[in-house]
Design a protein around this ligand. Structure first.
Ligand code: FPP
Length: 238
């Protein structure tokens, strides 16, 4: 979709996925414990949702906790899970006011009953909201998602080779029914995908910024969109 933002004609991606990285380094820069960085990182999410919607983005998918993040020190995992719980409880009202629909992707097994209840409530309450379609990847890993999808397909009796199509497979992924990301952003200067949406980003444009996640804001998002606007997406064509 083309839109004029701050006097500039830009091509706005419909779906933006973000790998929120650099909370630990941000905390270190501020001489504080890593968990302080996660708290600040969680605190900016609300504003980023508003900015994304205002810029014309329809789907926003944030990588909050990977299937590999359980390897972190126990107190850090506990802080992160506490933050997710707090977030899912306290932002529901706001999501309802802002017409935001929230969905959680990832493996629900392994999450606490408290977080499962939060997810069930927030997804149910916001299911009819037609504004920003906001996804949080929680206990998410792309390989894990694909294996779970294949297991469900087999369990549903889709075992004949000729039945297996990209469309059928996509419909078993956690992102079923959503368009693929047009733009994937990773903060903090790392240039890796880290097992995020591997199937879905087949044709996504990639954007890496040195900005640490707690410093991410509308200007950085707009820079990413500017870069995206200049890209010539051919999807394998000429
Ligand atoms: C990466 O920074 C960040 C994470 C593993 C957690 C992301 C979580 C949040 C931003 C907070 C909660 C979000 C929501 C949606 C409530 P890092 O710790 O790997 O940073 P480092 O590489 O500098 O150590």
């Amino acid at each position: 979709m083309e839109r004029t933002i701050d006097g500039e004609l830009l091509n706005i991606p419909q779906h933006v996925a973000i790998i929120m990285d650099g909370n630990g380094r941000w905390a270190r820069q501020h001489h504080r414990p890593r968990t302080f960085g996660h708290k600040k990182g969680a605190a900016i999410v609300e504003q980023i949702c508003d900015d994304a919607w205002e810029l014309g983005i329809k789907y926003l998918t944030l990588y909050a906790f990977s299937t590999e993040n359980w390897k972190r020190p126990a107190d850090e995992v506990t802080t992160l899970m506490g933050l997710f719980h707090q977030y899912l409880v306290s932002y529901l009202d706001r999501m309802m006011k802002q017409n935001i629909r929230i969905r959680i992707i990832g493996d629900r097994r392994g999450l606490s009953q408290q977080i499962l209840d939060d997810i069930e409530r927030d997804e149910r309450e916001s299911a009819g909201n037609t504004g920003l379609q906001f996804n949080i990847a929680l206990n998410y890993g792309s390989r894990d998602e694909m294996i779970r999808a294949m297991q469900k397909m087999a369990a549903d009796g889709h075992t004949k080779p000729e039945e297996i199509t990209p469309e059928l497979f996509s419909s078993y992924l956690d992102t079923a029914g959503m368009p693929d990301p047009d733009l994937l952003i990773r903060t903090s200067g790392e240039q890796r995908i880290s097992n995020y949406l591997l199937w879905q980003i087949a044709y996504s444009e990639l954007y890496f910024t040195p900005v640490l996640w707690p410093d991410f804001n509308r200007d950085v998002l707009l820079d990413a969109i500017r870069a995206y606007s200049k890209r010539d997406r051919r999807f394998g064509g000429v």
